[in-house]
Design a protein around this ligand. Structure first.
Ligand SMILES: Nc1nc2c([nH]c(=O)n2[C@@H]2O[C@H](COP(=O)(O)OP(=O)(O)OP(=O)(O)O)[C@@H](O)[C@H]2O)c(=O)[nH]1
Ligand SMILES: [Mg+2]
Length: 131
C-alpha cells in the first residue's frame, strides 16, 4: 500500500499550550483530536507543506520550526508517515477555518484528549521535550 506523507505541527505558545483541532466526522480518524497539518504535495518540502496547511486550516502563519519526530503508522485502511515539527515561532490567532473546533491545551492536559493511534509517539516526544 502507498504511504501518505503528512506534515504535522506541534505549535506551542508562550503559555506552553499546544494547538489542537478536532477532525471532522467524515475525515479519516474523524471525531478525534489532532495536531493540525496535512498531506505534503509533490515537490514540496515538509515545512512548506506545514506552513500552507496551517494557513488553510487554522489561519496561523508559521515562521520557524524544528523536526520533532517521524512516525510511520499502518491503520490498515491507510498507511501514514507523520513528519512532525515543533513550532514556537508563529503569528496570528488560531481559528478553525473549516468550521472545526480548535483549542490551546496545556501540555499536562493533553492526556485528556483522544487522538489517532499514531499520535501516542508524538505525545511521548512532547512530554520529553516540553513536559
Ligand atoms: N493532520 C494530522 N493528521 C494526522 C494526525 N494523526 C494522524 O494519524 N493523522 C493522519 O494523517 C493523514 C493525513 O492528514 P489530513 O487528513 O490532515 O490531510 P489533509 O489536511 O491534506 O486533508 P484532506 O485529505 O482532507 O485534504 C490522515 O489519514 C490522518 O488520519 C495528526 O495529529 N494530525
Ligand atoms: Mg489536515
Amino acid at each position: 500500500m502507498k504511504i501518505v506523507n503528512v506534515a504535522v505541527g506541534v505549535v506551542v505558545n508562550e503559555q506552553k499550550q499546544i494547538l489542537l483541532a478536532k477532525r471532522a466526522k467524515e475525515q479519516h480518524q474523524g471525531g478525534l483530536w489532532e495536531f493540525p497539518g496535512g498531506k505534503v504535495e509533490l515537490g514540496e518540502s515538509t515545512f512548506k507543506a506545514l506552513v500552507r496547511e496551517f494557513k488553510e486550516e487554522v489561519d496561523l502563519e508559521l515562521e520557524h520550526g524544528q523536526p520533532l519526530i517521524l512516525i510511520e503508522h499502518d491503520y490498515g485502511d491507510k498507511q501514514v508517515r507523520l513528519d512532525t515539527w515543533l513550532v514556537e515561532q508563529f503569528s496570528g490567532s488560531a481559528r478553525g477555518v473549516e468550521g472545526q473546533e480548535v483549542r490551546w491545551v496545556p501540555v499536562a492536559e493533553l492526556a485528556n484528549y483522544e487522538f489517532p493511534a499514531a499520535n501516542q509517539a508524538i505525545l511521548q516526544a512532547i512530554n520529553q521535550t516540553l513536559g
